[in-house]
Structure formats: structure tokens, C-alpha cells
Design a protein around this ligand. Structure first.
Ligand SMILES: [Zn+2]
Length: 604
């Protein structure tokens, strides 16, 4: 269909503009982006109305042009989403770029010798390694009060503008529009059920971490709620958002403990950590080596190699420990480009283009250090690129994940193989670290969008938004404000997370937490001689396991996600069972530790 040819052209153009903005943001590139977004919007609205005219024509179905399910699905995908006029869209883009500018502005922290820095990357990186409560608190409050109060009125007008576009397309508000994009009919009920399934496990982890933090800081937390700033401060990547706690492993896992292995034998655990990069990468490995390792993993499972152009066009920058530095740039074709720091944490791009040698154009941008966390991020990003490659032969409109949660799950599913440590004496430490990385993300992923759904439903209750944010933090994460009297009225503490500023829906990450273990389990089932235990399953090198993943991915979004999931896993539902099974040994270990230490479970 002509639409798909034209869409390929627009997607290619849009990807190039986005890439250029990431590499070197300039007023010209922002203007270019505005022109592009408005033109594409007009073009898409035109196609939607034309196709709807045909669809509503009384002779539809009898016409000479036969419509099948594929055409109906294309029509649905073309027409869904909000409707904006060019004027409205232009205003939205202006607000979004001002929000991003504010987010990237510097704040000065007196307890850090008055040093002024931006959230990304400096503040985030420096604070990740700080264990001084006073400094953490001051940095957290300064950033939130300086930036949060400034962005609030702008964010409020963004919410109203987005709601207008949603209403023009027949939705109640923008939240409903986002929910529909997942194609999950009863999304609210599903997320409530999934969260309830993991709540007990999370509460055990929370109680254990709380005890360790209280001991470490010598503070007793009010009502058993952990103050947000102590959970690794500037949670973006690792992080100010209290969404991932694995950087706390040194506080949480302090003493040698007796750990029961899966086989029931007792072993003495040590505090020394065995890092992934030491285990699987050569000495003096670079960021490129990490990307090659991630590629090799997929290739070992029968996936194609990344095209040559990937290595030529991608942007990798190696950071020295504790600072970002251009001196260590490792891009094969050395250049002076400076990537925009906000995008440089890792992103994968489908450029929707064919090069002269008929190769497809996929790219990655990554500023990284050679460490475990960045290795896992790289595996995640390469997962996106493998997905792009798998559905490349679908009509352009179907070149997407089955839904957005699928796209976020592929790379992460693979990392469960990397995280296997069952042969080591400190296996429980490794499982605990995975739990610290994964379990808080679940509640966090939920509250990010529950909060925004509430905001879109109540666009005029701006003064209450921040209170609702903290109520949800207490309810879903057991996390509270940095101190009890912290005045939340004028701020917008959610704005510390870039996805709020950039207006990216987040429920996909919540759903992906469950989906990635469903994917992993179905790949395990395909391997030879699997004993049914997710902890002993290795998928690296298994072509049958690779085929299971590839068959799912190559369908893109050509059919409903539930059908695609059922073909892969046997279930058409997003389900918590594999996740609970994976963390069962951690649950037992936490229960035992909590009994041994006589800890209270949950908050008062
Ligand atoms: Zn991703």
C-alpha cells in the first residue's frame, strides 16, 4: 500500500532529525523537527480520513479493492491516538523543548562546595556514589525545589494541551489514549492484579533494605517508610528515582551469611563480588567489546550479525571512572561530535533506511563505563536492534513491537542468562542484586503512570498533584519525602524523572518486568535438557531458544499482541508466575533473614 512507502520515508526523515538532535542539538535542528512533526501529522490525519471514508462507504466490502484483517489492522493503527491541529502541535513542541531545557539546567549544591551541575550526567553520577545523608538530602531537595517549581506551570499547560488533542479524537483524556495504545482492554484491573501478586515479595525486600539502611545511617525511619533520597540519590539510571536499588548492594549485603543453595546444601557466602564484566570480558575491555559481547549472545542463538553500517554510524563514548570524558571516545571513525548527554545513556535507533549496499541502517548511542550495569543496558539496547532487524520485512506500519512492553522486554529477557550464578557460593547475593534492580522498578513503573492517569483526569487540581505523587510512593513503594515537614505544594517531584518531562508513557516498563520472564521461560523450554528451574536455565548458544524469540519478533505488530504472546508462551495473558518462580529462592531467603533478625514486615 502506498501509505507504507510514504510512512517509511517519514520515519526515515524523523529518525535522522532525532539522531541529529541527539548528536548536536541546535535551534535549527529543533525548527526542522517542528516542521517535520507538523507535516507528518497533516499527512497522517489525511490518510486516516481518506481510509475511513472508504471504510464507511455503504459499498465497503463489495468494492473492487478487497479489505482483509491486515488492512483493518493498518486502519486501526493509522487512526489511533490523539488528533492535533498544526497550531496545537507547534505549541506542544515549544513547551516540551522548554521543559527539557529546564530539566538540563544547572543547580548549585552548597554541601558540594557550591558546585553547579546538571542532573545528567554529573549530579546523577556523583550522587550515586555518595553515602552522606546530609549531602544526599541537600542535593535532592535543591534539585527538586529549583527545577520542580519551575517546570510545574509548564507541565500543567502541557497536560491541558494533550487532553485537548485526546478529546478531539474522542478519548476522555490523554490517559485513556495512552491506555488504549497498549491494546489491553482492562489495563487498570490487570496492573492492579499484577502488582498485588508481587506486593508480598516487594514488602519483604523493602523491610530488609530498610533495616540495613537504618543500621547504616543510624536513623530510625518514621512509620517504616524509607526517605526517597537514601535510595541512591539521583535516580535516573541508578538513581534518584528510587526505582533501582542495586547500587545499595554494599549496604544491604554486608555480613557473611549462611545461604541455602537450590540443591539444599549450605554454603558460606562472602562479601566479595564477582562482576560480570570480569567473568565474560577480556582484561582492558572497551565499550565496543561490551556491544560485541551483546551481539555475540544473540548470534550464538542463531540471530544475524549487526550490519557493518551499525559499527560505522553508531556513537559510543567511553567514560572514565567517575567522569565523562571525550578522551576515551571509542567510535571507530573518530570524530569530535559531542552527544547530547540526555540521550547518551543508551538508545537504539531504527533509521528506516536502506544504504547503497542494501544494508539497513540501525544505530546505537551509548556513553558508558565498562561495568556490569552498563553491560546490562547494552544488552537491552541490542535487544531493541535485533527486534528492528526481525520485523524489517513487515509493511512499515507493522514495524513496531507487538506492543511497547514487548520491545522493552527482549534485551532484558536475555540478561537472565547473564545473571546466572548458581555455581557460586555467593549466589544469593547475586539474586538479591537482581531483586534490588528489578523489584522496586515494578512499583515505580506502576506509580509513574497511575499518577499521570490521575493528572490527566484532574488537570485543574494542580496543587494536589504532588501530594498524590507522595501518597502513591508510600502506597506502592513504602518510600516517603526526604523529611516529614518537606513542603510539597509548589513542587513537581515527579519531574526528576526524565520520562515525565519528555512525556513518554511508562506502563510499558511495568508490564515488561513480567513479560521478560515469560519470554525467558519460553526460551528455556525450547532448550535441550532443561530441568524446569529458571535458575539453571542457560539459553546462550541455543538455536531453538533463539528461534522462539525470533518467531515472536518477526511478526512486529501485524497482529494483536495477545495472539503473538500465546503463540510464543502458550498464554495470551501477561502473567506474574514466571517472575514469582524466579524470585522464589530470594523470597525464602528474605523470610529466613527477617525471622533471624526479628524485623517488622511492612510499614506502620
Ligand atoms: Zn528500551
Amino acid at each position: 500500500m502506498k501509505y507504507n512507502k510514504e510512512l517509511e520515508y517519514y520515519n526515515h526523515l524523523g529518525a535522522l532529525i532525532a539522531w541529529n538532535i541527539s548528536v548536536n542539538m541546535s535551534p535549527q535542528s529543533l525548527d526542522e523537527n517542528e516542521r517535520y512533526t507538523i507535516t507528518k501529522n497533516i499527512w497522517n490525519n489525511h490518510w486516516c480520513s481518506e481510509l475511513l471514508k472508504v471504510y464507511h462507504d455503504p459499498s465497503f466490502g463489495h468494492s473492487s479493492y478487497p479489505w482483509d484483517m491486515t488492512h483493518l489492522r493498518q486502519l486501526y493503527l493509522i487512526c489511533r491516538g490523539p488528533r492535533f491541529t498544526s497550531y496545537q502541535l507547534s505549541n506542544i513542541l515549544t513547551v516540551l523543548s522548554t521543559l527539557q531545557e529546564l530539566y538540563n539546567s544547572e543547580v548549585c549544591i552548597s554541601s558540594l562546595h557550591g558546585k553547579c551541575m546538571r542532573m545528567e550526567p554529573n549530579l546523577n553520577r556523583i550522587m550515586e556514589n555518595t553515602r552522606d545523608e546530609g549531602k544526599l538530602r541537600e542535593a535532592w531537595i535543591t534539585w527538586h525545589q529549583t527545577v520542580g517549581t519551575k517546570v510545574k506551570p509548564l507541565y500543567a499547560s502541557l497536560v491541558r494541551m494533550l487532553n485537548t488533542g485526546a478529546k478531539q479524537a474522542g478519548y476522555k483524556d490523554m490517559g485513556q489514549c495512552w491506555r488504549e495504545e497498549t491494546e489491553i482492554g482492562e489495563l487498570r484491573q490487570l496492573v492492579t492484579r499484577l502488582y498485588a501478586d508481587v506486593k508480598y515479595l516487594y514488602t519483604l525486600l523493602h523491610s530488609f533494605v530498610r533495616h540495613k539502611l537504618e543500621k547504616f545511617y543510624g536513623i530510625r525511619f518514621h512509620q517504616g517508610l524509607i526517605p526517597a533520597h537514601l535510595l541512591g540519590l539521583f535516580f535516573l539510571i541508578g538513581n534518584m528515582w528510587a526505582q533501582k536499588w542495586d547500587s545499595l548492594i554494599d549496604i544491604v549485603f554486608t555480613e557473611p551469611v549462611h545461604s541455602q543453595r537450590f540443591d539444599g546444601k549450605m554454603s558460606e557466602s562472602s562479601t566479595s563480588s564477582s562482576s560480570l564484566v570480569n567473568k565474560i570480558l577480556p582484561k582492558n575491555a572497551t565499550v565496543i567489546d561490551m556491544v560485541k559481547e551483546a551481539e555475540n549472545f544473540f548470534v550464538s542463538m542463531g540471530f544475524p550479525t549487526l550490519p557493518n553500517s551499525f559499527w560505522k554510524n553508531s556513537y559510543f563514548q567511553e567514560e572514565a571512572e567517575g567522569k565523562r570524558s571525550d578522551e576515551h571516545a571509542t567510535k571507530p571513525e573518530q570524530n569530535q561530535r559531542k552527544a547530547n548527554s540526555r540521550n547518551c545513556h543508551g538508545s537504539a535507533a531504527n533509521m528506516y533506511g536502506r544504504l547503497s549496499n542494501d544494508e539497513r541502517d540501525y544505530r546505537m548511542m551509548m556513553c558508558a563505563q565498562v561495568n556490569d550495569e552498563d553491560l546490562i543496558t547494552i544488552q537491552h539496547e541490542v535487544g531493541h536492534i535485533m527486534y528492528f532487524m526481525a520485523y524489517a520485512d513487515q509493511p512499515t506500519i507493522f514495524q513496531e513491537g507487538a506492543n511497547s512492553a514487548f520491545h522493552e522486554s527482549v534485551g532484558d529477557a536475555i540478561t537472565y542468562d547473564l545473571r546466572q550464578h548458581q555455581d557460586e557460593p555467593e549466589w544469593i547475593k547475586s539474586l538479591l542484586k537482581t531483586g534490588l534492580a528489578k523489584l522496586p522498578q515494578i512499583g515505580f513503573g506502576l506509580l509513574m503512570d497511575l499518577w499521570r492517569w490521575e493528572v490527566f483526569e484532574n488537570p485543574d487540581k494542580v496543587l494536589q498533584w504532588n501530594d498524590v505523587w507522595w501518597e502513591m510512593n508510600e502506597q506502592f513503594l513504602g518510600i516517603t519525602k526526604p523529611f516529614p515537614g518537606y513542603n510539597t505544594k509548589d513542587g513537581l517531584d515527579a519531574a526528576g524523572k526524565f520520562h515525565i518531562i519528555d512525556n513518554i508513557p511508562y506502563i510499558r516498563y511495568f508490564l515488561a518486568s513480567f513479560l521478560q520472564l515469560q519470554f525467558y521461560e519460553s526460551m528455556c523450554k525450547a532448550t535441550e535438557n532443561w530441568d524446569g528451574n529458571l535458575h539453571t536455565c542457560r539459553i546462550k548458544g541455543s538455536k531453538p531458544a533463539g528461534a522462539v524469540l525470533w518467531n515472536m519478533m518477526e511478526k512486529g505488530t501485524s497482529r494483536r499482541w495477545s495472539e503473538i504472546l500465546e503463540e510464543m508462551t502458550g498464554s495470551s495473558q501477561i502473567d506474574s508466575r514466571p517472575l514469582l518462580q524466579y524470585f522464589e529462592p530470594l523470597k525464602l531467603w528474605l523470610e529466613r533473614e527477617i525471622r533471624r533478625l526479628n524485623l517488622t514486615v511492612g510499614c506502620e
